[in-house]
Ligand binder design. Sequence first.
Ligand code: SF4
Length: 168
Amino acid sequence: MIRFWNKRLKLGVLTQDLEFDEELEQIKKAIKSEVNKKFAGSLAIRMVDSGSCNACEAECNALANPYYDLERLGIYFVASPRHADVMLLSGVMTFNMTPHAIEAYKQIPEPKWVITMGDCPLMKAPFEKTFAIKAPANNHFEVTHHIEGCPPEPREIIKGLLEFLRKI
Ligand code: SF4
């Protein structure tokens, strides 16, 4: 036990990124202020998976943990597109899911925005020649912002959300 604590005191917490901790605090402040200014303190996101491998969704789930704590910044994931301001789209546009993604988009009240995440919606390699997909997401929707990565890490997603908020 003593050996464990000695090692712990010597090495510190290896998973902690002190530099990013500081950056994250700034990102959080900026997001909160943008959400207050542009969405009266509450931004609702409907996540739509049009054919993903679910890794993008798993990274989004991490945004609800106490470290990122997106809800405290006024950003909520909602179950119905009718309650949403933004559609966050992941996955390739498969034949089966494309009509449902379009339907979900139609049901979001105006004004509305689309954010795409991951390489899939853009149909970058190796997804561009799959038989089961339609055109890239930007052929179906006016995409306001794209968050890159496969999958993007939670820190990239939270930065992407801030970029989106600053853009609109
Ligand atoms: S972008 Fe990558 S991680 Fe995200 S759904 Fe596509 S394959 Fe999965």
